[in-house]
Design a protein around this ligand. Structure first.
Ligand SMILES: Cc1cc2nc3c(=O)[nH]c(=O)nc-3n(C[C@H](O)[C@H](O)[C@H](O)COP(=O)(O)OP(=O)(O)OC[C@H]3O[C@@H](n4cnc5c(N)ncnc54)[C@H](O)[C@@H]3O)c2cc1C
Length: 610
């Protein structure tokens, strides 16, 4: 039992607050994911969470640990869930008294005792049986752990919350989690900067900052990432003038295998600093991060539903006029949900109607369609489902039946029509949204001109993508999400570019939640074909690269070679790999995925033994 139990409590409480202040569906989703973590009981630090194997495949998303994969009968599962809830309740009670058992370092080397673990990512698409899993509590323990791995030549990959859809952090030989190094160390209100341990969760940082009148510049659709994972993959929100998260990094403390702990900033080794901000866990373990914040602010969110033609007409102006702009294209319908967010001064919140429809009316198109396909007994449960839960269940009735998926999309379009309206809230509450359950996703980023002169390639990409979906009869569910960022100065960011450059991010998706194992396999295969279509027909033409947390290694050697070439032409791969060789000559931080995407020559074996 660990300190994490109390952290989990704080987070669950925050989720309750969110659900009270935000859109009910958003709050519910966050709460459910965290509730499943609480039920798992033996959660370790801020990292992924243990939970029963059945839940792993049937539940909504959520990073998971499983000590040993098991298949349970329904009765066994129910009994296990009861036990887990009791264990969770025990953890809650004990953490209220401030009682935790913390892993102690073994021997005099300061390295915490590792344990074997079974990890599953949030999407349930990647898992890994790791032999040695370390959870240092202090910088000294982390340094000792990295040093030992370097000396012995044993792998050690850092994991954050394990949210990356491609399991980017996974490595079977050895992993280190900063789940117990999750403190906010210092908030400097004069400079507006915050220094955190890299295991701190984004939401926890946002919560602390709020009390000091500060917030992060932007947020992704979820806030459960660790700060380390958030910056290492160049995570992004939306806003044509706002770069990805790594651009807010002012300084890094990087624990490297060969050169020990480095302090990096624009003044201290700027070249390495720019590479290490988006280091993909390959240049060192980020122990601390200093981030530039902005004043805490409230946003007015406006949701409208447009046709593609209406979107095209207003697009360039919209990009300039709105701080945050997000489109959700609903395939096989002429519907684009347009969500804008702009700052409002406190006390000057406009008297705008929230929505013409009650929540019940908004959900009616999805719930009615679902009820029409269920028995009377099953239909009685539909009243408690959110929009994304309805979507998951509807799609599970025929995930690869393009005509059925189209009907579900039509119901979703009508749902969004009824959601037109506005709401006001703190930026960290409004910028997230409910992404639905477990899923396959491919998100690509490509240049789209500048904010002053967008080149129109963002909408051209969407036109082509929707045409491909139609002509190949892809059972593509909603939404295809399109967002924008400004350029990042980090060479390894998918949005690397000048500050004024404009980059569009487009994500295609297929859901896995609620599917039986054979359906999951079939959907996985279908998604691979969908992704291949995007990779072959669109990405080269638009100079697009995949989000680092959403790139998958192709099994076909020719496709892999093409991908390696594309990555090498977009990123400073030679400089990155040179830094890898200098900081991590034995490639202990690499993984099969990283080595396949960014082929890297480690130091010869005899050097490892030396
Ligand atoms: C539901 C959902 C919604 C999402 N929405 C968005 C979105 O809106 N925008 C977006 O950009 N992304 C989004 N993502 C992706 C997600 O933001 C990234 O995968 C995330 O930032 C990973 O954070 P993590 O802490 O889980 O890191 P992990 O997945 O655990 O690790 C990611 C990478 O960071 C490295 N790493 C982690 N911590 C450290 C450290 N301390 N030192 C060195 N390396 C480290 C790992 O080695 C790995 O390479 C979403 C993912 C999910 C599941």
């Amino acid at each position: 039992m660990r300190r994490a139990a109390s952290l989990l409590l704080q987070k669950a409480a925050a989720a309750v607050r969110e659900s009270a202040t935000g859109r009910a569906a958003d709050g519910l989703a966050v709460l459910q994911r965290r509730a499943s973590a609480a039920a798992g009981g033996a959660r370790k630090g801020g990292g992924p969470v243990r939970r029963p194997a059945e839940q792993m495949h049937r539940g909504r998303g959520g990073a998971a640990f499983e000590a040993a994969p098991v298949v349970l009968t329904a009765e066994e599962l129910a009994a296990r869930e009861r036990t887990n809830y009791l264990l969770g309740a025990g953890l809650i009670a004990m953490s209220a008294y401030g009682y935790y058992i913390v892993s102690r370092p073994r021997g005099g080397d300061g390295v915490p005792t590792p344990s074997p673990e079974h990890l599953v990512n949030w999407s349930g698409t990647h898992e890994c049986q790791v032999q040695r899993f370390y959870q240092p509590e202090t910088l000294e323990q982390l340094e000792a752990t990295v040093k030992q791995a370097h000396t012995t030549g044993r792998k050690l990959r850092c994991v954050g919350s394990g949210l990356s859809p491609n399991g980017l952090a996974f490595s079977e030989d050895g992993m280190v989690s900063l789940g117990l190094m999750d403190k906010v160390l210092d908030i400097d209100t004069a400079s507006g900067q915050v220094r955190v341990q890299a295991g701190a969760r984004v939401q926890a940082v946002a919560d602390e900052l709020r009390g000091h009148g500060l917030t992060l510049q932007n947020y992704a659709s979820i806030r459960e990432q660790t700060v380390g994972g958030f910056i290492q993959v160049s995570a992004h929100g939306t806003g044509a003038a706002i770069p990805p998260a790594d651009e807010q990094v002012v300084a890094l403390k990087l624990v490297t295998p060969a050169l020990g702990t480095l302090e990096l900033s624009q003044d201290q080794d700027p070249e390495l600093f720019q590479l290490a901000k988006v280091g993909l866990g390959c240049l060192g373990v980020v122990a601390e991060v200093t981030l530039q914040c902005v004043p805490a602010h409230r946003l007015l969110e406006r949701t409208t539903v447009n046709t593609a033609r209406e979107v095209r007409k207003a697009h360039a102006q919209r990009l300039r006029d709105n701080k945050h702009l997000r489109y959700m294209w609903i395939p096989s319908t002429d519907t684009v949900v347009v969500v804008t967010c702009n700052e409002v001064a406190e006390g000057q919140e406009p008297a705008v109607p929230a929505s013409k429809y009650s929540e019940e009316q908004q959900l009616a198109p999805l719930r009615t369609l679902l009820r029409s396909r269920l028995s009377a007994e099953q239909a009685a449960e539909v009243g408690g489902l959110s929009a994304t839960q309805c979507r998951d269940r509807l799609l599970a009735l025929g995930p690869l039946d393009a005509a059925w998926v189209k009907r579900v999309n039509q119901a979703e379009a009508e749902h969004w029509r009824r959601c037109e309206g506005t709401r006001v809230g703190w930026s960290d509450e409004l910028l997230g949204f409910d992404c639905g359950g477990q899923q396959w996703v491919l998100e690509t980023a490509f240049p789209a001109g500048t904010i002053e002169a967008p080149d129109g390639r963002d909408l051209a990409y969407m036109d082509e993508l929707l045409r491909l979906v139609a002509s190949h009869n892809v059972p593509a569910p909603a939404p295809i999400e399109q967002r924008w960022t400004a350029g990042s100065s980090a060479g390894m960011s998918p949005a690397a570019g000048a500050p004024g450059s404009l980059h569009s991010w487009v994500g295609v998706i297929m859901y896995l939640a609620e599917l039986e194992p054979e359906q999951r396999q079939a959907v996985t295969k279908s998604f691979q074909q969908y992704a291949e279509l995007v990779e072959r027909q669109l990405m080269p033409k638009y100079g697009a690269v995949a989000h680092w947390a959403k790139i998958e290694v192709p099994s076909d050697p020719a496709q892999l070679a093409a991908m390696q070439q594309r990555l090498a032409s977009r990123y400073p791969v030679a400089a990155f790999n040179a830094a890898r060789r200098r900081l991590d000559p034995h490639n202990i931080l690499g993984s099969p995925m990283m080595d396949a995407l960014l082929p890297h020559t480690a130091a010869p074996a005899e050097a490892v033994a030396a």
